[in-house]
Design a protein around this ligand. Sequence first.
Ligand SMILES: C[S@@+](CC[C@H](N)C(=O)[O-])C[C@H]1O[C@@H](n2cnc3c(N)ncnc32)[C@H](O)[C@@H]1O
Length: 97
Amino acid sequence: MTHDPLPPLRDVIARHGLRASKALGQNFILDLNLTRRIARAAAPFDACAVYEVGPGPGGLTRALLMEGATRLVAVERDSRTLPALEEIKPHGQTALK
Ligand SMILES: C[S@@+](CC[C@H](N)C(=O)[O-])C[C@H]1O[C@@H](n2cnc3c(N)ncnc32)[C@H](O)[C@@H]1O
C-alpha cells in the first residue's frame, strides 16, 4: 500500500480505548510523516521479511507497509493493542504475535 487507507491512528487509539502505559515503556507516534521517515530510513524492503518488535497500535507498522514492506511480522506484548493491529492486517502480508 502506498497511501494509508486506514482511519487516522488517533481515532483508532480512541475507539479501542488505548492509553500508553509507562510501565510498558509505551509512547505512540501519531505523526505519519515521522513514521514514514523512520520506515524510509530502513527501506528498501524488497525480498525482505520485516520483524517489528513493539508495534503498539501500529503507527510504524502502517508506515512500514506504505514504504513497501510486504512481509511483516509484528510482535507486541501488550494484548490490548491487538484489535487495533488486526485492522492493519488485511493491508499487508502481516502476522501478529
Ligand atoms: C515506545 S512503544 C512503540 C510504539 C510503536 N512502535 C509506535 O509506532 O508508536 C514500545 C512498544 O513495545 C512494546 N514492548 C515492550 N517490550 C516488549 C517485548 N518484550 N516484546 C514485544 N513488545 C514489547 C510495548 O508494549 C510498546 O507497545
